[in-house]
Design a protein around this ligand. Sequence first.
Ligand SMILES: Nc1nc2c(ncn2[C@@H]2O[C@H](COP(=O)(O)OP(=O)(O)OP(=O)(O)O)[C@@H](O)[C@H]2O)c(=O)[nH]1
Length: 284
Amino acid sequence: MNYQWYPGHMTKARRMMQEDIKLIDLVIELVDARVPFSSRNPDIDELAKNKSRLILLNKSDLADKAKTARWVEYFQQKGFYVLELNAKTGAGMKAIDGVVKEACREKIERDLKRGIKNRPVRAMVVGIPNVGKSTFINSYAGKACTKTGNKPGVTKGKQWIRLNKTTELLDTPGILWPKFEDQSVGLKLALIGSIRDEILNIDELAISLITFLSAEYKGILAERYGIEEEGTPLAMLEAIAEKRGCLLKGKGLDYSKAAGILIDDFRSGRLGRLTLELPEEKEA
Ligand SMILES: Nc1nc2c(ncn2[C@@H]2O[C@H](COP(=O)(O)OP(=O)(O)OP(=O)(O)O)[C@@H](O)[C@H]2O)c(=O)[nH]1
């Protein structure tokens, strides 16, 4: 399968982010907890060097709890501050302020030594499309906070949201481009729904998911669809089509319909909390 992204916007988005990053102290990077490696663009490490860093493992409600704990440990070992989050419900949100302060402690202390009091920490949210940046900003900023409007000088044209006494957030998130280093990255991004479905081959996607699930999460397909987990992935897709009554008009089974049901069940969490990759695979 050949995966494409939204070509054309990348250069502009990157240039804008390069400018914006100059204005901020803290980069809050959202990744999808089901694919923390595939949903991050490592170029951000270069773009945001010398900045405090916080990684939010978002959509953690859909990810495997034990595997998320391993990703937390992995990113911590790399020197990032890390939190699990469900931006949609706000679960995990309370811990953020404390961690932001901790991540920016050096900056706050440096300011104090220079006699600068109460200059807020300036933060920016970044991430690839669909990881939940807007949902997070809306939830974190809440209704009570006010937009500060344009400021003179360096921040001309930028909107900042004053979150509390210590933190301001740039109101437009930085969009990063996913990095298709190998086919498996594109495949995982397609599975979580970050690539437009029109350009995907849904049958191939379902076969890949079945292959993965029957190896890593044995029993899940049997439980959800009442099928035997045996034979080829195609045979299992066929079994799902049979169980779910996916029929073509008078001409046998509708595999694509069954594939659609499976992918949809995965994306919405109906197959359970599943994570598609682990840190050690990435390091291998
Ligand atoms: N289950 C779940 N869904 C979430 C969570 N956070 C965001 N979403 C959903 O994910 C989808 C994308 O969220 P957005 O906030 O639009 O993502 P974005 O990163 O701003 O997307 P772009 O504008 O494309 O860059 C929406 O349907 C959200 O409701 C979460 O923690 N859990």
